[in-house]
Write a protein that binds this ligand. Sequence first.
Ligand code: BES
Ligand code: ZN
Length: 464
Amino acid sequence: MNPTPEEYLERELPRFREELFDFLRIPSVSARREFSADVRRAATWIQDQLTAADLDSRILETDGHPVVWGEWRHPDPAAPTLLIYGHYDVQPPEPLEEWTSPPFEPEIRQGRIYARGVTDDKGQVFLHLKALETLLQTESELPLNVIVLLEGEEEVGSPNLLPLVEEHRQRLAADAVVISDSHMFAPGVPSLLFSLRGLSYFEVRFRGPAGDLHSGSYGGAVVNPANALARLLASLHDRQGRITLEGFYDDVAEWDPETREALRALPFDEDAFRKELQVDSLGGEEGFTTLERLWMRPTCDVNGFVSGYTGEGAKTVLPREARAKVSFRLVPDQDPQRVSRLFQEHVQARTPPGIHSEVEELHGGPPWRAEPRGPFFDAARQALEEGFGATPVLTGEGGSIPIVRGFEEILDVPVILLGFGLPGSNMHAPNEWFPESHVERGIQTLIHFYRKAGELAGGTSQSA
Ligand code: BES
Ligand code: ZN
């Protein structure tokens, strides 16, 4: 007799862990060209996994890194369709010296798996692959139609995905999208997300004299690009922590009092949050709580700033150039293109004579806010209750997943953000980790989710 899915999972878990480690060993860094072959290797690795699990699978080429497609069709034409989206690319691992174990040599320490991408997002993609495998190998079928769409460019802003979704909108027709690329609210407290922030990201360059100059011979008479850029960056916020771009807040939607009340009711420990980060105090826009600042309010941050001499000791130099990376996190109903225009105008207006400025837009994505209801949300809530023994809380999220709004708009489907990472997982930072126990729990939860989605959404047609 076939094992039950639960038995199969228990039996195969050691192999799953080996396979997860194999997957994590592939340095699928999308941002850097020298890793292109590895990014493709990760795509092929997934394709092989999908095929072995009994899904149809192929690689779709794009102008950038490939997309992996998987598909399993239910014999019942009335079965609902779930689109599983995720990304197999990862952020660059630097600074390497900050890692306790190397980023692409996964290691378990104190119940945590450490590796680049283990939470964001390869580890979470893997949970879906194994939940599908477990069901197909034990029951020979899935409770619903499944389409798997995994991209290799999320961490660089998904530049090629929107056209691909548009091109394949018929084949991608689904009743819901599920994404596991986020965190639970706290250990033991699973969450379902109702929002993501959008993003508008820029590089600003200030150029002054043709070459570096002696700061004694020229300083004071020649405009210093570093001084000027520092002033520009400082001009982006006022004393209340509000962003100063003319008209920036025009499209920021007010949140309903119930949602704000619900945020205040969440068991958020501000002191623990602060201590974990080892900062003396938190700061942000006046008049808002920390969670509101993170989930409800737009922000502007300098992500990088270089100019002049930054080596050991002193060098009296007036640099010829200064560069900064500046990004805005956006909330409904802000539009990345409009923010881009406002930012360029702001920079132009504040570029002093003697400086030549340039703004390059690096990437962007719209914000997202969902109505957390419907059969797929119910299925996710029940699945989390069973998998983690606790009712999920509804939360927002400060990070971005650029394609989410595209799915909603092009495919006209709800998007369910069902994440298994934990806060403090070091996404994008050294020592990224994922709780070892969430591998099994995550797979179990997803099995529950597929089953419940099949039941609760069963019989609904695609337009319902
Ligand atoms: N997994 C994250 C999104 C996320 C971040 C979810 C934090 C939950 C908590 C995703 O892979 C990501 O990092 N997105 C980028 C998008 C950007 C590169 C266009 C981000 O938010 O910076
Ligand atoms: Zn990420």
